[in-house]
Design a protein around this ligand. Structure first.
Ligand SMILES: [Mg+2]
Length: 188
């Protein structure tokens, strides 16, 4: 059964906080990563040095990284060219059959996988639907379309509640609280 939950399991400031040590502590072997606004803004077509190093680090720690994006194949293929990861474009989060199949084929348990993304309605829901824990980062740069504003508006109470109930899983708390305030200012 698809479990509906938008509540993240952790909130961190940037994808780089999801380090090899962080994943080892949670016993994660498989990381599903969103691209847009999680690793890079929409207008950045290729990974920068930080992303390349981060990927190499995690791979060195024995973690498989899989790109899962709702964006088109051109965007995903170009971004992935230097990374050479398994990548699923147009993957239909939160109902991604690719993620479900990939997890099954990996032979890992959902508890050994993690989803990293910037959106509750696509990324967090997709993970939880498969019984996978999720880590959410604030979007690097938002598209200011009405659709995105609407989604952020829907997410806002969940983020607030989460920060209130689980400050121990929000890192670094003060910085994220300030970031949340700024984003909210942007959607009002
Ligand atoms: Mg995104």
């Amino acid at each position: 059964m698809h479990r509906f939950s938008l509540m993240p399991d952790r909130m961190v400031m940037t994808y780089r906080d999801v380090s090899a040590a962080f994943l080892t502590e949670l016993e994660i072997k498989l990381l599903f990563v969103d691209i847009d606004n999680t690793l890079a803004p929409y207008e950045q077509p290729e990974p920068d040095e930080h992303i390349l190093n981060w990927v190499a680090d995690l791979q060195g720690a024995g973690v498989e990284i899989v790109l899962v994006s709702n964006n088109n194949p051109e965007r995903v293929e170009r971004f992935n060219k230097d990374l050479g990861l398994k990548a699923y474009p147009k993957t239909g989060k939160p109902f991604s059959g690719d993620m479900k199949r990939h997890l099954k084929d990996s032979g890992l348990k959902p508890e050994q996988a993690l989803v990293l993304g910037d959106q509750l309605i696509t990324d967090a829901w997709a993970g939880h639907g498969l019984g996978i824990r999720t880590v959410i980062v604030p979007p690097i740069r938002d598209k200011r379309t009405w659709f995105f504003r609407f989604k952020r508006w829907l997410e806002r109470p969940v983020i607030r509640r989460y920060m209130k109930e689980h400050p121990e899983y929000v890192y670094p708390f003060e910085q994220l609280k300030a970031a949340e305030g700024k984003q909210n200012a942007g959607v009002e």
